[in-house]
Design a protein around this ligand. Structure first.
Ligand code: AP5
Length: 210
């Protein structure tokens, strides 16, 4: 079974998808992480994506489709994938349906993590990432361990102005996916993401029933 985690920037998709992947033995497919890795390595994909990402805009769909197809074909994704940051708009959702159909896979559920907007802005301004492992921390709610505190970095797109633009892009392009999946009769579950990381994770595990 494959699963989509949907939610605004900063809602906790990355945090939860890592925890759930480990707990449920599924593969996390996070398009934002794949793109940031390409930017860090200076690949052609990274060069193409960077300007869109720094501006808080979506990277063109055609670029994203290739990434998702190849991540989903990896042996690690056979037991099930957790999509984090994909799909991001209706054309991406339609493409995902096509790819899953071709591969004989099913989308089991969509989990929407709901968090109030001002909390999202605070979360993103305090977010820090470990460039070596990709693990995500927060300077107040989830501080990095002392041995790696010196190497964590802030994302280029976490400046407040860019964060507010990313939230607008989410409302315009991504939020409509909730009704898209409700109409497609895929189970859509809402969880309150303004609670502790552990509580959110346990609620999701309970909902998807694995
Ligand atoms: P992407 O990396 O997908 O970013 P996003 O969707 O904007 O989401 P974030 O990573 O900002 O937040 P999150 O929900 O994962 O929260 P997190 O767990 O980190 O995309 C970045 C860019 O790449 C896009 O703008 C676009 O340009 C491009 N892109 C990516 N995918 C694309 C696609 N499919 N199509 C086109 N373009 C694409 O948590 C945030 C902070 O809060 C952390 O510090 C964390 O420690 C903390 N936190 C989390 N949960 C809690 C909690 N319960 N309580 C307290 N603190 C918490």
């Amino acid at each position: 079974m494959d699963l989509i985690l949907l939610g605004a920037p900063g809602a906790g998709k990355g945090t939860q998808s890592s925890l759930l992947a480990e707990r449920l033995g599924m593969e996390k497919i996070a398009t934002g992480d794949i793109l940031r890795d390409a930017v860090r390595r200076g690949t052609e994909l990274g060069l193409e994506a960077k300007a869109f990402m720094d501006a808080g805009e979506l990277v063109p769909d055609a670029v994203i489709f290739g990434l998702v197809k190849s991540a989903l074909s990896a042996p690690a994704a056979e037991a099930g994938a957790i999509f984090d940051g994909f799909p991001r708009n209706v054309p991406q959702a339609q493409k995902l349906e096509e790819i899953l159909d071709e591969m004989g896979r099913t989308l089991g559920a969509v989990v929407v993590i709901d968090v109030p907007e001002e909390m999202l802005v605070r979360r993103m301004s305090g977010r820090r990432t470990d460039p070596e492992t990709g693990n995500v921390y927060h300077i107040e709610h989830n501080p990095p361990p002392a041995d790696i505190a010196g190497r964590v970095v802030q994302r280029d797109d976490d400046l407040e102005e860019t964060v507010r633009h990313r939230l607008q892009v989410y409302r315009a392009a991504t939020e409509p996916l909730i009704s898209f999946y409700e109409s497609a009769e895929v189970p859509v579950y809402h969880v309150r993401g303004d609670r502790s990381i552990d509580l959110v994770r346990e609620e999701i595990v309970g909902l998807i029933g694995r």
